[in-house]
Design a protein around this ligand. Sequence first.
Ligand code: 1PZ
Length: 213
Amino acid sequence: MADPDRFSLAEVLESFKKCLSDEGEILQEHYLEGWKGLVKFMSSLGSAFSFISNDAVTKIQILEDYRSGVNGQKYLTIQSMVKYEVDNELVDLTKRGDHWDSGCRTLLRLHRALRWLQLFLEKLRVASDNSKTSVLCTEAYQDVLAKYHPWIIRKAATVAFYMLPSRANFFEVMNMGPTEKVVAILGEALPVVAKTYDITEDLYSQHGLLDLP
Ligand code: 1PZ
């Protein structure tokens, strides 16, 4: 039985499953719930990761504030947010200005990190028991996320990755039971995360929002 007070990756993956509606809309409530779970997980990894979780928390909060604000209805799904912000010129498209903290640019940062997560978890899933989590994490980071970060962040992130526990301990912190079960849950859930990523990527691409400053 999973202990409800501990982080469980299964719950995070459940949130990412729930965030995808049958119509292909992405519900922000569950998307952000998934991110909150990941932040909880990162805090259990120690203070070396707090600069990463602090940034994620700030971004989640910006989006939560829109959701609970006067125009909250417009932020129900990622699709409705994009339409609302683009139609009303609430997005800085080329350089940071009055709308430096738009929902669209804030979510884009989480969206890019979701690609890292997908890649990292896939690497973990297929890795052997003695493979180094830090190496898998660094590879996934270099492949998809590092290009968006300045040198100083890349450096700090790479140093933090060295602190990651072994694959077996990592699965233990994930609180999902024996390794075979973790591998099975990942195999089932990762395609859903991939679908959420792809839908967001297409949406941003259609609106020319993939390089928001
Ligand atoms: C399991 C170990 C955790 C590894 C996390 C891998 C991601 C490394 C990201 C390093 C981010 C460092 C902090 C600040 C970054 C910000 O500059 C950028 C861009 O935002 P801007 O400056 O433009 O406002 N922020 C991001 O890229 C979002 C990062 C969110 C990271 C969430 C990680 C979730 C980890 C899940 C753990 C399983």
